[in-house]
Design a protein around this ligand. Structure first.
Ligand SMILES: NC(=O)c1ccc[n+]([C@@H]2O[C@H](COP(=O)([O-])OP(=O)(O)OC[C@H]3O[C@@H](n4cnc5c(N)ncnc54)[C@H](OP(=O)(O)O)[C@@H]3O)[C@@H](O)[C@H]2O)c1
Length: 332
């Protein structure tokens, strides 16, 4: 698989990564099986999908434990990207960016991951109670201590920006400018996909101009863009899509033109090319600094997603995909 470089620290990863979140969190939890997830991670590494994206809050904690079981055996094959700064309660999630907490969280992640260094340590959420420079300063000290190789920033707050009527990533970019004064950002992680293209406006160019890597989260539209979900099929109670406005039967039907467009392009490239692969190839075409991290717990889907790295879309394909309507249905 082709390799791409993430940010100031010049870290090399496979062009397509593996989002490990669905193995322990968020989607179809009844299908979460440890042994299959382990096989999935091993197969992804075998195929050059070196970037394993996890977080302490996935599970919570169990996702890192799972990744750690693989790292124990083959640390040198993997690029480990994890996150801190969010705590999971019974019915809520809260940010914690206090310096002492961040340092303890890193030590705990290192233990769970069974490694002595994290390749990319990302701030999952900025804590509104703590000046972001203090949180970032503590993360930078982890680099000095040799526990972390590079720092990443998860771009959230987009919904608040939209409500405030400003550009969707304006708050994020202001925060990024502030943390850059403390220590260089190597990677930004934010939602980007064929049906959620907002990051193309300002965030992706911001990263490109500064040599910062961009990890595309939710590149498959939480599974929708693969065309494998049944409209009105329902979701398990604890599946995030059961409460997601884009996944009501009405919105799933309304967004079908997006899937149809992906399928049209896929068909032009061969019978075995899928809508998911076209969605990922579209992301890879958005810039050399973009690394999609499709999430899956299933080995065959990890293989399929990895093979998207070899799919070259034509200018005509890209124009057609760029003209598809954005998603209908939002959290607002
Ligand atoms: N920083 C943040 O705040 C943040 C937020 C969200 C996500 N992320 C990261 O980004 C990664 C990707 O996002 P995501 O997992 O939420 O969404 P996603 O990658 O857009 O979609 C994941 C869903 O698609 C399904 N899927 C994957 N490959 C498929 C294929 N080839 N064919 C059919 N279905 C397929 C998976 O099914 P199965 O579950 O059955 O495998 C899963 O339900 C996460 O794993 C996480 O690491 C970060």
């Amino acid at each position: 698989m082709d390799r791409r470089t993430i940010g100031a620290a010049a870290l090399e990863v496979g062009a397509v990564g593996l989002g490990c979140m669905p193995m322990s969190w968020a989607y179809s939890t009844s299908e979460q099986r440890g042994e299959e997830s382990l096989r999935t991670v091993h197969t992804a590494l075998d195929r050059g999908m070196t970037l394993l994206d996890t977080a302490d809050m996935y599970g919570p904690f169990t996702n890192e434990l799972l990744v750690g079981r693989v790292l124990k055996e083959r640390r040198h094959d993997a690029f480990v990207s994890t996150k801190c700064g969010l705590l999971v309660g019974e019915q809520h999630i809260v940010a914690n960016g206090r310096p002492g907490y961040v340092k303890r969280a890193c030590d705990a992640s290192l233990r769970r991951l069974q490694t002595d260094v994290i390749d990319l340590y990302q701030l999952h959420r900025a804590d509104p109670e703590v000046p972001i420079e203090e949180t970032w300063g503590a993360m930078a000290e982890l680099i000095t201590a040799g526990k972390v190789r590079a720092l990443g920033f998860c771009a959230v707050g987009a919904r608040a920006d939209r409500r405030a009527g400003t550009g969707i990533h304006e708050t994020t970019i202001r925060q990024l400018e502030r943390v850059q004064q403390v220590f260089p950002v190597s990677g930004v992680q934010a939602e980007l996909s064929v049906w959620s293209r907002e990051a193309l406006e300002s965030l992706l160019p911001w990263c490109r101009a500064r040599g910062v890597g961009f990890m595309a989260a939710m590149p498959l539209g939480n599974g929708y863009l693969t065309g494998t979900l049944t409209t009105g099929g329902g979701f398990e109670r604890d599946d995030v899509r059961a409460r997601h406005p884009r996944f009501t039967a009405e919105m799933m039907a309304a967004n079908q033109p997006v899937v149809a467009g992906l399928r049209r392009v896929a068909e032009r490239h061969g019978d075995d090319v899928t809508a998911a692969q076209v969605a990922l190839a579209w992301l890879l075409a958005q810039g050399e600094h973009v690394v999609p991290v499709p999430g899956t717990k299933k080995e065959h889907w990890a293989v399929e997603n990895g093979e998207a790295a070899g799919l070259a879309l034509t200018p005509g394909d890209l124009a057609e995909l760029g003209a598809l309507p954005p998603a209908q249905g939002s959290w607002e």
